[in-house]
Design a protein around this ligand. Structure first.
Ligand code: HXC
Length: 517
């Protein structure tokens, strides 16, 4: 065999060794845990055969605690590039089979290189987390590695989409890289995220709590709002990530990919003409409205189990990606509260950062009153949503279906917050407050003096209703651009978006604003 062929043979052997990560036994153990390996995950996520690995031969330099004997080619992370539906992405996947995926200085360098490449190329960066945290044997160098990653997360924020998948442990300071990214997907039952684990919690607070109760997918999907998507299987997770990438652009200078629309753009939905109940206190399901108006009824919901009184997610109109924000009357009457406000605000800001038009569907009775909300800073959280809408320069189309009262009317993308096209259904009630509340304030004295206070207030309510709880007061002043038939909503939104295609708007030059965080 020639020297060259010998060298090639050696390369092939080294590659095979690197591809085994922590070795066959460790891979077996990973499978027994119900988890795939880093390379298997990458293969599932990317277009077949598109993965180009980087730094396969990189090794750690640590010699503390016998680490020189624990060497694996590529160390505990697999990095590189590939495509999703033909579009380039960079990826890093922590390899739990190598020292529990713990983060060494070398691993951090690999991850940073992938992030730098993603920034250079202007394409999304996807991180798959499955790690025991900072590699204890490396001490401060591992911490420095994390800090280098965080700094890149921050600089890339709003420039390229950053997406995190949590496919195993993600604990301690390691949670902050995902937390700095745009979207977090967590695996049900096999992943968890927390700053301090159950043992530390027990020591410090005496609280007995399991890993799942402390930071499992269901906790972060429904209680904390830290995570945006959950999946039951890793296959399902990869499909969700591919779908998400399909809705968003490669970077902040591009637009989301337009797909061919197979759903008639002038499709009438007669059912919408009858969806609003006669009784204003009766709920209906906003998902039915969304499903009826978007292309093929397809909707990728973000944070479906958190603050369910507001719905946010991606859909398409005539093949164009949009972000939908909608109040949900069937959950707490669609009221805005602390969680709904911050959920909405973050989504609006993502869409604005990445040139995705916003379609807002309004049916909101107001902000939730009470000490629970005030003590939790509903003022600041509500202001976040207000700020996000007011700051957004992407096309903004608003449709008011029913209630739009008081502060919540303003917050939900009203005309004065630079709403581009604001429509209302004939059932819209756009006013400072509902009839009974208003009459109670205005006619309290009159009611006291009236012979029949009940009849008196009912009469005043009817008067107020006639005058204010309709869309025409707002339309009269141009705050509503048109009152539309509900069944035409799809067509009107599509035509509005077409009209706004060339919209150009910039905010005053500043270092950055000071959103009420
Ligand atoms: C070095 C680690 C490690 C770590 C796991 N391993 N975590 N090595 N540093 N942080 C190694 C184990 O020693 C073991 O090596 C292999 O990975 C697999 O781990 P197991 O414990 O056998 O697996 P499992 O039973 O599934 O438990 C997984 C685990 C547990 C829950 C993640 O390993 C664990 O609790 N690890 C420590 C978590 C932690 O406290 N990390 C530091 C957090 S502080 P062998 O050779 O036996 O196979 C932090 C600060 C970051 O991260 C700050 C950033 C700002």
């Amino acid at each position: 065999m020639s020297k060259q062929l010998e060298r090639i043979k050696e390369l092939v052997e080294l590659r095979a060794k690197a591809r085994l990560g922590g070795g066959e036994k460790a891979i077996e153990k990973q499978h027994e845990r119900g988890k795939y390996t880093a390379r298997e995950r990458i293969a599932m996520l990317l277009d077949e055969g598109s993965f180009e690995e980087m730094d396969m031969f990189k090794q750690h330099r640590c010699t503390n605690f016998g680490m020189e004997k624990k060497q694996y080619l590529g160390d505990g992370v697999v990095t590189g590039s590939g495509t999703i539906d033909g579009r380039l992405v960079y990826i890093f996947a922590q390899d739990f089979t190598v020292n529990g995926g713990s983060l060494s200085e070398t691993m951090a360098e690999k991850i940073c290189k992938a992030m730098d490449q993603a920034m250079k190329m202007g394409v999304p960066c996807i991180g798959i987390n499955d790690s025991g945290g900072a590699r204890i044997q490396e001490g401060i160098n591992a911490l420095g590695g994390y800090a280098n990653i965080f700094q890149r997360n921050i600089e890339a924020s709003g420039v390229i989409p950053q997406i995190s998948g949590i496919f195993g442990p993600c604990a301690g300071g390691a949670v902050y890289s995902p937390a700095l990214t745009d979207f977090i997907l967590m695996m049900e039952n096999t992943s968890y995220m927390f700053l301090t684990g159950p043992k530390v919690v027990k020591t410090v607070t005496g609280e007995d709590v399991s890993q799942e109760e402390l930071g499992g997918a269901s906790v972060h999907a429904s209680k904390s709002g830290v995570c945006h998507f959950t999946a039951k299987t890793e296959e399902e997770a990869m499909e969700m990530l591919r779908t998400l990438i399909g809705y968003i652009p490669q970077n902040n200078m591009e637009e989301a990919p337009r797909v061919e629309c197979t759903d008639p753009i002038n499709r009438m939905e007669d059912a919408l003409n009858e969806i609003i109940p006669d009784n204003p206190n009766q709920a209906y399901d906003m998902y039915q409205v969304i499903g009826a108006i978007v292309d093929n009824g397809e909707f990728l919901e973000v944070q479906p189990d958190f603050a369910r009184n507001i719905i946010v997610g991606f859909a398409r109109f005539n093949g164009q990606s949009v972000g939908i924000v909608a109040n949900q009357p069937s959950c707490y009457a669609g009221v805005l509260d602390c969680n709904a406000s911050r959920k909405g605000a973050r989504f609006v800001r993502f869409c604005d950062a990445f040139n995705i038009p916003l379609v807002t569907l309004v049916d909101v009775p107001g902000f939730l009153p009470g000490t629970g909300q005030e003590y939790n800073a509903v003022i600041s959280h509500g202001a976040k949503l207000l700020y996000a809408y007011g700051e957004a320069t992407v096309p903004k189309v608003t449709v008011t279906l029913r209630k739009s009262y008081g502060g919540s009317h303003i917050v939900m993308s009203c005309k004065q917050l630079r709403g581009d096209l604001n429509y209302a259904w004939p059932s819209a009630e756009i006013a400072v407050m509902g009839a009974s509340g208003a009459v109670a304030v205005l006619y309290a004295k009159g009611a006291k003096e009236a012979e029949d206070p009940k009849a008196y207030l009912a009469e005043k309510e009817a008067e107020y209703d006639k005058l204010f709880t309709n869309p025409y007061q707002a339309a009269k002043y141009g705050y509503i651009d048109d009152v539309i038939e509900p069944r035409n909503t799809r067509f009107r939104v599509i035509r509005a978006l077409a009209q706004l295609q060339t919209k150009k708007m910039t905010n005053p030059v500043k270092k950055h604003g000071n959103i009420p965080l």
